[in-house]
Design a protein around this ligand. Structure first.
Ligand SMILES: Nc1nc2c(ncn2[C@@H]2O[C@H](COP(=O)(O)OP(=O)(O)OP(=O)(O)O)[C@@H](O)[C@H]2O)c(=O)[nH]1
Ligand SMILES: [Mg+2]
Ligand SMILES: [Zn+2]
Length: 384
């Protein structure tokens, strides 16, 4: 084996290297500034400049006859395309970052991310957990009489809110359709959630053509009061009117509303990427909306049974009274306090059933091998 002679550094050399490293760190720090992630495009992100660096890059002087090289001025409020340092976690719209800009290329580099107050994530179609939006204050759960409200989906979003540390707000949109037959059920549903302590707003933004006509809009001012100076995310079935609501709240953002669905009023997916739409583009502290693609299926397999039950506010305190500590709260669970409460008429049966369904879903956690999940393999082995 070849002998490797280790080179010993003198104290003076070590001091000099430390000094050089500190100096280079200082020059990096001088070029850093604050920014907020506005949108995510795979490997690149859009970042809005919210502070300027200590040392602002100056365009080098060029000889009068030389062609002018590319130079991107740095200004507050501008949006820059950025790359991300490889050791950072996955970022999302709403993330507050420290970053540096290269005016010679027009690209920036995100160096660090500030601690988040909340994080909404969801599994992608390969069951990999992806952050959707960071530092969100309110998750507006939008539902409508048509397509018919799905209480299971509302319960699922409530669980997500409790887990992500985001306040839920129920938004019953297309209130103009409540007069139609099944509107009675939808209002009853809203009343049930109100009795659990959840806040709600009734809105009607009708068709996109009516956006400028405030007579056609109902409940928008009330909704605005709830979300003022807050970062909000709208979630809900496709076609309930999330983009229409966002258009009504931010007419200049011109979200793509699905007009094709006008005939069926059912809608289909139109939004493709998460994007932060500020209420005041010059001042992100005034809040804004993170517009996300329609979420048909919101997986919760990354949550524990405790996470799930804590999203059922009226059931969580009762669960300690079950006869067995590991009670699964199914209909035939012996001595289940939740089913006793159903029998006593204290809680709703469908809420207990949804809790059980969500727990079971979380129990069958898929482990990913590329795009094939263990659940799928098991199914194949069992011939299903
Ligand atoms: N009657 C009525 N229709 C509405 C209202 N709000 C939206 N719509 C209509 O509902 C349809 C779907 O609206 P979108 O805003 O595209 O729904 P979305 O929730 O963004 O759908 P995805 O982007 O697919 O998730 C459109 O045809 C809208 O015109 C409302 O208050 N009343
Ligand atoms: Mg939409
Ligand atoms: Zn139980």
């Amino acid at each position: 084996m070849a002998l490797i002679r280790q080179r010993k550094l003198t104290k003076q050399q070590i001091r000099r290297i430390d000094k050089q490293q500190l100096a280079s760190q200082d020059s990096i720090d001088d070029s850093l500034m604050d920014g907020v992630v506005m949108a995510h495009y795979g490997k690149q992100l859009e970042v809005q400049v919210t502070s300027l660096p200590a040392v602002i890059p100056v365009q080098p002087k060029i000889a009068p006859d030389d062609p002018e090289p590319f130079w991107q001025e740095l200004a507050l409020g501008d949006i820059w395309r950025c790359h991300v340092r490889t050791n950072l976690p996955m970022l999302a719209a709403g993330d507050q970052v420290r970053w540096s800009a290269d005016p010679n290329t027009g690209f920036g580099r995100i160096e660090s991310v500030k601690p988040r107050t909340s994080l909404v994530s969801r599994p992608d179609r390969y069951h990999k957990l992806k952050p959707v939006a960071a530092n969100v204050d309110i998750l507006a759960i939008v539902f409508a009489p048509l397509p018919a409200a799905a209480p299971t989906l509302i319960d699922r979003y409530l669980v997500v809110c409790h887990h992500a540390g985001v306040k839920p707000l129920l938004v019953l949109n297309k209130a103009d359709l409540l007069a139609e037959e099944n509107g009675v059920d939808t209002k009853e549903l809203l009343a049930q959630y109100a009795s659990l302590g959840y806040e709600s707003v009734l809105t009607s933004v009708d068709c996109p053509e009516n956006v400028a006509d405030s007579d056609e809009q109902e409940g928008l001012d009330e909704l605005k009061r709830y979300i003022d100076k807050k970062l909000v995310i709208f979630a809900g079935q496709s076609g309930v009117g999330k983009s229409s609501l966002i258009n009504a709240l931010l007419p200049e953002s011109a979200q793509s509303v699905n007009i094709i669905s006008d005939n069926s009023k059912l809608g289909q997916h139109t939004t493709t990427t998460s994007r932060l739409l500020p209420f005041n583009p010059a001042d992100l502290t005034q809040g804004g909306i993170v517009d996300t693609p329609g979420i048909r299926e919101y997986g919760i397999w990354h949550l524990t049974p405790d996470d799930i039950i804590s999203g059922f506010v009226e059931l969580a305190p009762l669960s300690g009274n079950c006869q067995f500590r590991d009670c699964r709260h199914t209909h035939n669970s012996k001595g289940c306090a939740l089913w006793q409460a159903v029998a006593d008429g204290v809680v709703l049966q469908r809420r207990v059933e949804n809790l059980v369904t969500l727990r079971e879903e979380a129990d069958t956690k898929p482990i990913n091998i590329g795009i094939i999940s263990i659940r799928l393999i098991n199914r194949c082995l069992m011939g299903r």
